[in-house]
Design a protein around this ligand. Structure first.
Ligand SMILES: C[S@@+](CC[C@H](N)C(=O)[O-])C[C@H]1O[C@@H](n2cnc3c(N)ncnc32)[C@H](O)[C@@H]1O
Length: 227
């Protein structure tokens, strides 16, 4: 077993980030991801002005807060399996009426059928212990014609020298230089997306209604719920 595989398996063990990890994450990684997550917030706000957005594995809540601030007529909810992350996210959302955080498991979403217009998730899918259930839950809660945008790490984003230079220039050293290693440990390879994850998606309610594309610093899986 390679060292990378060993560390990857070790990091995957806890589904929910434990309290010290959440505090560390809030002080470090969450700050580094602000800029790329701002782009996602902009894409969401450009797509919809009304309705409900659900962020699964919302962590420190930055994305939810960003969307809620930019589009006060949207209702934006975050769900996370770590009580500490929910606590941190709530503190970041103080005073923002249209942002809300709940503790819970994305494999059993505490939301009604067809109640959500858009599901989003960043950097969380590699933590899910039962991804098939999470995908089916996304399908259940989405309204007809709704979409789920699942973003997670993929080292191939950084394997091309030109894109590495561009990301280094845009986001700085931490993403440009360390992105390859970090997304190897916190994500899936392109091959894993195109084999294991595609195979899994074929067994969910999204069968045939998804696409994958390398986007900015992520692999983005777009899942559709057609009428
Ligand atoms: C690496 S953090 C990413 C946080 C945030 N989305 C971001 O981009 O900064 C992954 C988060 O997903 C949460 N998580 C993992 N599995 C989950 C599940 N099944 N349901 C809800 N949250 C989950 C973890 O507790 C953790 O806070």
């Amino acid at each position: 077993m390679s060292l990378t595989r060993f560390i990857k398996d070790l990091l995957r063990k806890p589904e929910s980030i434990p309290t010290p990890g959440a505090i560390f994450y809030n002080a470090t990684v969450a700050k580094v991801l602000r800029k790329p997550e701002t782009k996602i917030a902009n894409d969401i706000v450009a797509r919809m002005k009304k309705g409900t957005v659900l962020d699964i594995g919302s962590g420190t809540g930055y994305l939810v807060v960003k969307i809620a601030r930019r589009a006060p007529s949207l209702r934006v909810c975050g769900i996370d399996l770590s009580t500490q992350m929910v606590k941190i996210a709530r503190s970041h959302a103080r005073g923002i009426d249209n942002a809300q955080f709940v503790f819970g498991n994305a494999a059993k979403l505490p939301f009604r059928d067809k109640s959500i217009d858009l599901v989003v998730s960043t950097g969380a899918s590699h933590h899910w212990k039962t991804p098939r259930l999470v995908f089916d839950e996304c399908h259940r809660v989405l309204k007809t014609d709704g979409e789920a945008w699942i973003y997670d790490g993929c080292p191939e984003v950084f394997s091309n020298p030109a894109s590495r230079r561009r990301l280094n220039k845009e986001y700085g050293f931490l993403i440009g230089r360390l992105g390859y290693r970090v997304s190897t440990l916190h994500g899936f390879t392109k091959e894993e997306y195109q084999t294991v994850i595609m195979h899994m998606l074929e067994q969910t309610a999204f069968k045939g209604n998804y696409q994958m594309a390398l986007t900015d610093i992520w692999m983005k899986i777009t899942l559709r719920k057609p009428g």
